[in-house]
Ligand binder design. Sequence first.
Ligand code: BGC
Length: 755
Amino acid sequence: MALICTLSALMTAAASGQAPSAAPPDDKAVEKRVNALLDQMTLEEKIGQLSQLFVFSSSSQVDEEVAKGQLGSLLFVTDPASINRLQRIAVEKSRLHIPLIFGFDVIHGFRTIFPVPIAMAASWDPSMVTGAQTIAAKEASAVGINWSFAPMLDIARDPRWGRIVEGAGEDPWLGSAMAAAQVRGFQGEHIGSPDHVLACMKHFAGYGAAEGGRDYDASNIPEALLQNVYLRPFHAAVEAGVGSAMSAYMDLNDVPATGNRWLLHDVLREDWRFQGFVVSDANAVRSLAAHGFAKDQPDAAARALDAGVDMEMAIGSTAYSQNLAAAVSSGRITVQQIEAADRAILGMKVRLGLFEHPYVDEARAARVLATPEHRTAARLAAERSAVLLRNEGRLLPLGKGAYRKIAVVGPLADSPMDTLGSWAFQEDIAETVTVLAGLRNKVGSQAQIGFAPGVEIGRKFPSPFDQLSRAKSRAPWTPEQAKDELKKAVDLAGASDLTILVLGETQLMSGEAASRESLALPGNQEQLLEAVAATGKPVALVLLNGRPLDIRWASQHIPAILEAWYPGTQGGNAIANLLFGDAVPGGKLPVTWPRNADQVPIYYAHNTTQSPESQGRRYWDEESTPLYPFGYGLSYSTFSFSNLQVSQAELKIGQTVEVTAEVENTGASTADEVAQIYIHQRYGSASRPVRELKGFERITLAAHEKKTVRFSLGCNELSYWSAAKKAWVEEPARFDVWVGADSTASLRGSFTITQ
Ligand code: BGC
């Protein structure tokens, strides 16, 4: 696509008199500086820049290696004083005074924790996402972090895979919009913008297709699917100027991503003209041998470098530092290859301004982290990310003062860590607002709120992240206690006018090394849910989780269901606002919501095949449609779509067609709707999905207000990578187009592309 669409972009720019956006001006100066350094560096120093180590506490080995110029980067140091101390060693003690670059996983916030990435994708609001990552970058850079290992851009179509929580869901178009939005937030206008950090797109590529949803397992992805789906968000991030990329852990079509020259060189550097540097995932170079790919560690180091991994991330020591010098002596790799990796890394250090400003102002950090505006932004983000899945009889919004006694029930209702989600390490637990606390803040003395956890939940097997989490661990309940607690919760619900049930998954049930074979509510939550519903009192269910869960029973019997994901530091206040109508839900699902795990994989953009009329009945024992479609989400208001217009019935390849539709808020209050446009190419050199998202806009409409939404469909939207042609093509064909509120939209138009 790069090639066929660049041409039409140039033509459009020429027609409107604009030049395509200019590259940052200082390339020559950067090159000069890097060359001057390389001229002075020994081979050992050159190899040193290619190594990155985890630092969990101060270590004399690390200090020594930094002083000798044997390390280029450290990760997991987050305290400004420690960062300055280590940087001082690099700048003052190492021979060439080359600063370190400090990396960290700033995935959805640093001190202020925003909703998890899948939640932010559910906002369908790229500018909100840019704002959130701008704040994350500001807080992280205030403590001295220069580089965030985000955004995570892996398309995930299997919710059993734990890391679905870290990405934007199943769709390449939404994923690309979120990718670019995040890169802009982290990096600002350009790499080196003050108060920003270098972004790192990860995990390149195909990690989300791990077989069986089992984390780290192999991915087998046909090239057409890779090009049309899995690689799209990465390409969007490169177009947005992302400065670094992280190679993935798993085998991609039998070649580990970290040793995959086609991926890291041919696609990334040659086709996409990526200008940044590639870091491996943690220990991924060493594990090339474990994959049955590299013969031994020397082979792993040489093949990773040869494939295009510039920097190796590892715990303890790197295969690069141990083996590359010998590989040069034996002629296995050349000094030029090492220098090419150095150029990319050192160039980024220069662009980040690390040589001029290596240190961080330790006093300022605390002030930045305490900024109240950041907490407000986190609350708004959580409000915009929530998805209302069901609202029978309009139970929500809850009337203020309508309920004197409210029961808050569920194991997650008063658990700060489970309100934040995974990849939250620098959070302020005392400041985290749980759902219970948020509801108490909201109702004050107007209602009496009782709380009971009802059940306790945990993983069958521990998480490798248990040591890093600050979640409190305590002795599990005895069977008698469990019985008592369940009874207490059900009694509380029975004695109250309303129950707010808070169910889902704990922080480490989702994320890395957090895959599941089932999507059932963990533990005895289903039993609790059914027992609370049996009290006959009204129940609103709030879900805290990072993946779709099997909520078939709830979707029939619980009147109101709000998907709040892991909503972050201000989650409880946001949820209280949503439940009581001080905020109106407007989020939409970024993933197809299966009925249960047995339907997986299930996604909306599947191909039409034999007997499309029986698509919903492919199984005889369960529907083959999802519980909720991609793009779905309710509001407290209602909307209608009408009057779809296509600017021309016929167009030539390379031309653009405009599609408009009217959206009306048919309800009585101001609310948001996300207008979504889908297309279908009816025939071509290869089969195309039944529908593909090609644009969206989240709009706010007052009661009865009407607005026209406009979308352009040009080469970017209408071309695809054809498995038959093995190339990007835009083809003469008839297209259907729909505009509406989710992927089942029925308002339709059509147009034809001619030669
Ligand atoms: C994860 C990466 C992460 C890295 C550093 C790895 O285990 O796969 O996403 O950036 O650790 O923490």
